[in-house]
Design a protein around this ligand. Structure first.
Ligand SMILES: Nc1ncnc2c1ncn2[C@@H]1O[C@H](COP(=O)(O)OP(=O)(O)OP(=O)(O)O)[C@@H](O)[C@H]1O
Ligand SMILES: [Mg+2]
Length: 385
């Protein structure tokens, strides 16, 4: 267990602040407690501290709350959120603001001590939010995996403001750096060989930060002969490290089914299984879903995404659902021209036209993905407490 340097209490209510201070004052593993009714002023101090814990009240929802929470998240993940309201919606809001723990008000002394003890026992090395590996997959080529992975990741970074990794594990024919016009200094092979055991701040240097966003890209190896040398153990180690550093990891891969691909699929939290609306693609999807069933993937791990969807398609979504025996999670419209313009200019779709049918679709898709991940966390939270 490590000492907590400072507990910062951000709360508009003076009495609540004082109560928390009285609980924390006697703890020998906390050096000091600081109280703020002005959240901005609190943030200015938080960013100077090393290993701080923040207790932030959201009962009153000051207007700048989201903005401040986004900034605090970048300094520490040790955030406790309190509120007089403890509906599921409030807990979802708290988790979205970056809460590691939620405590209903009035805060009980034993709950606060339990949570602070837990946070003190997390070393900076083990920090990080519960993160998800979201792999875009199809056992058929040319379905739109790379398009989906790139644009979902770009929108996730915008919607959540969290760090999002976009990892090209299409080791022989990766397209991400071409689609986004990148000249990556390093690639996945280098990162696996040289950076994986390094501290997080060095590891992340293997990624190319995409413009002024929180999207970080790890590109495929530049030479095909390097791709064969990556082992299944190395994939596991890479995923473990990625999960420590990024709340969201989006993976693009090839359509083959070989031991390395199966390892990637087995170790992903979510598989966005992509298909298009035509009979051969759906037949292939059926086969692949059977394979997933035989591997006993947990319910909700595999989510079906229909790409290039058109309202007037002869085959309807219900037909696909009946054939596959699963519901469709998301549909992406067909919009060849906007996508081709994005690829030709080497940018994401929203940079071409964020209000086009496909631009807004990816934004809504990212919101749904992040909402569903947060909801899963709430269910886990509810069952735990
Ligand atoms: N929603 C869409 N509407 C129109 N065109 C699309 C859509 N999604 C993808 N495409 C087009 O389909 C083609 C293949 O897309 P992409 O490269 O993303 O597929 P992929 O599954 O990654 O292919 P590969 O198996 O070669 O890696 C591209 O030309 C892309 O522009
Ligand atoms: Mg591809």
């Amino acid at each position: 267990m490590q000492n907590i340097s400072t507990v910062f209490v951000l709360d508009k209510n003076e009495q609540s602040r004082e109560i928390i201070k009285s609980f924390v004052d006697g703890l020998d593993f906390v050096n000091e407690v600081k109280l703020y009714s002005d959240y901005n002023q609190g943030y200015e101090e938080i960013k100077q501290a090393s290993n701080p814990v923040v207790i932030m009240d959201i009962s009153e929802e000051p207007s700048e709350l989201r903005e401040i929470a986004d900034k605090i998240k970048l300094v520490t993940s040790k955030i406790i959120i309190t509120s007089i309201n403890y509906s599921t919606n409030t807990i979802i809001k708290a988790l979205r603001l970056g809460a590691k723990e939620f405590l209903p008000k009035p805060v009980l002394k034993e709950d606060l001590i339990r949570v602070l003890t837990m946070l003190a026992s997390i070393s900076p090395e083990e920090e990080g939010t519960p993160s998800k590996i979201i792999t875009v997959y199809s056992n058929k080529g040319g379905i739109g995996k790379t398009t989906i992975a790139i644009n979902l990741a770009a929108e996730l970074a915008k919607v959540t403001k969290d760090k999002v990794a976009l990892v090209d594990l299409n080791l022989q024919l990766g397209d991400i750096s071409t689609f986004l016009n990148l000249n990556p200094p390093f690639d996945v092979n280098y990162v696996i060989q040289r950076l994986i055991d390094k501290e997080d701040s060095i590891f992340i240097k293997g990624f190319e930060k995409y413009k002024d966003t929180s999207l970080y890209i790890l590109s495929d190896p530049s030479y095909i002969e390097q791709s064969g040398s990556i082992t299944t153990q190395q994939i596991s180690a890479l995923f473990k490290k990625l999960k420590k550093v990024f709340p969201y990891i989006v993976v693009d891969m090839s359509s083959s089914i070989d031991p390395l691909s199966l390892k990637i699929l087995d170790e992903s939290d979510w598989i966005l299984f992509s298909t298009i609306v035509n009979i051969p693609a759906i037949r292939n999807a059926q086969r692949c879903l059977n394979l997933f069933r035989s591997r006993n993937y947990p319910a909700k791990k595999v989510k079906i995404v229909v790409n290039r969807y058109m309202e007037n398609d002869e085959i309807k979504i219900e037909d696909i659902e009946n054939t596959l025996g699963e519901s469709v999670y998301w549909k992406i419209p067909n919009n060849y021209f906007t996508i081709m313009e994005a690829i030709n200019k080497g940018v994401s779709i929203s940079e071409i036209n964020s209000e086009s049918n496909i631009g807004s679709n990816f934004r809504d898709f990212a919101s749904k993905v992040s909402d569903d991940i947060i909801e899963q966390a709430v269910v886990q939270y509810r069952t735990r407490s």
